[in-house]
Design a protein around this ligand. Structure first.
Ligand SMILES: Cc1ncc(COP(=O)(O)O)c(C=O)c1O
Length: 390
């Protein structure tokens, strides 16, 4: 969470005063307006607000028609949610290496493609843009759908286009830790009408046919799905956050640039696929050994994070996935389904050695959009001191 205050308080008060707490109602339409404003900001034909980024990822996969018998490629470095969404859709997550940018390696993606591959999930982890031109080119050549996981990258871009709007669909998250937040929340972005209709039905199966005219113009036949509907309060907060998003990103990027410029030649940075589109949340410094990274991360004034220690962001810690426990009920478990019998992956802790090595040699310094020059100068001095340069 970066900037939240009086505007959000007023928005919540307005919703409570009018009683328009449900997603759809006659007294206030914050969810509808939030979706309109998202479409405008992101430039997509459709935007669907939901309860979480995970809900958006799952709904997008369902909307793509992904299910049992399908493989979906995910990077070894992402929050477990990206892989769990694949399992929620009934498909098999195929885990591949990231490259030196810490994002999905286009080479590893291409090498992992089989006749069963139906989708790929490039993840813009830490707001670092994936190499979307190459990924989309490979996907197109092989008839594979692209679902961008932009949950950690609300508003970022690659090649001047917003993350989440480049592939066939994109998922954003608005949980507490994200660039913009409503405490919890997510959104699906797409230009694909059929995908949108299916996701619309899937994400709100109980109410979509009952309230308002959500199904007007929808050609997809109703089917049972889940219940990931947003509400008036979350939507009202989000509308204020959308207004603030570009300023937050501007200040994050400026602060990251200030720090990187001051440390130019002093340390080695993780390369970026598009530094202008990078969200600016994190300065990532690369070391030549895990020992040096670990030592630097705890040096005075650094408060660094070594990504190998970030739990469920590293594939080897995705316990339920690694143990192939796809559901409580065995007949609902995609890892045990007949359609997946020949494509259940052979997960091993050491299967992505490059990713594990790189994650242990990188240190993150989290950037704040509201840092003053003095605060940044202190951080820069601390980095120089820890590295033994003055
Ligand atoms: C990369 C990534 N994907 C998906 C998610 C899921 O988002 P949510 O927590 O909103 O379900 C997260 C959230 O932490 C994430 O970081």
């Amino acid at each position: 969470m970066y900037r939240i205050g009086q505007e959000e308080i007023d928005a919540v008060a307005r919703v409570i005063e009018t009683g328009a707490l449900f997603k759809i109602n006659s007294k206030g339409q914050d969810a509808m307006y939030a979706e309109e404003e998202m479409k405008e900001k992101f430039g997509t034909k459709h935007a669907l607000l939901m309860t979480s980024g995970h809900a958006a990822l799952t709904s997008a996969l369902v909307g793509m028609g992904i299910g049992p018998g399908d493989e979906v490629i995910v990077p070894a470095y992402t929050y477990i949610s990206s892989a769990m969404a694949v399992v929620a859709a009934g498909a098999m997550p195929v885990i591949v290496e990231v490259d030196d940018t810490l994002t999905l390696s286009p080479k590893a993606f291409e090498a992992a493609i089989t006749q069963n591959t139906k989708a790929v999930i490039p993840v813009h982890i830490k707001g670092f843009p994936c190499r979307m031109d190459k990924i989309c080119e490979i996907a197109k050549k092989n008839g594979i759908k692209v679902l961008e996981d932009a949950c950690q990258a609300d508003g970022g871009s690659f090649g001047g286009k917003r993350l989440g709007t480049i592939g066939d669909a994109g998922a954003l998250s608005f949980n507490y830790f994200k660039i913009i937040t409503a405490g919890e929340g997510g959104a699906l972005l797409t230009d694909d009408k059929a995908l949108f209709e299916r996701a619309l039905i899937y994400h709100d199966s109980g109410a979509v046919a009952y309230f308002g005219d959500q199904l007007s113009g929808v050609e997809t036949e109703l089917f049972c799905g889940n219940e990931y509907r947003t509400n008036g309060i979350s939507a009202a907060i989000l509308r204020e956050q959308i207004k603030k998003m570009d300023e937050i990103l501007r200040d994050l990027r400026n602060n990251k640039k200030y720090i990187m410029d001051a440390l130019c030649g002093v340390c080695e940075f993780v390369p970026s696929n598009d530094i202008d589109g990078d969200c600016g949340t994190t300065v990532a410094i690369r070391f030549d050994s895990a020992e040096k990274a670990a030592e630097f991360s705890v040096a005075e004034g650094i408060s660094g994070i070594v990504p190998i220690n970030t739990g469920k962001h590293v594939y080897k810690n995705w316990t339920a996935i690694m143990n192939k426990r796809g559901a409580l009920h065995p007949l609902m478990d995609p890892f045990k389904m007949e359609a997946n019998r020949d494509i259940v992956p052979d997960y091993r802790e050491d299967m992505c050695p490059y990713t594990l090595d790189l994650l242990s040699r990188v240190v993150y310094i989290s950037v704040d959009p509201d840092w003053t020059k003095e605060m940044m100068n202190e951080k820069i001095a601390a980095v120089k001191k820890a590295l033994g340069v003055d």
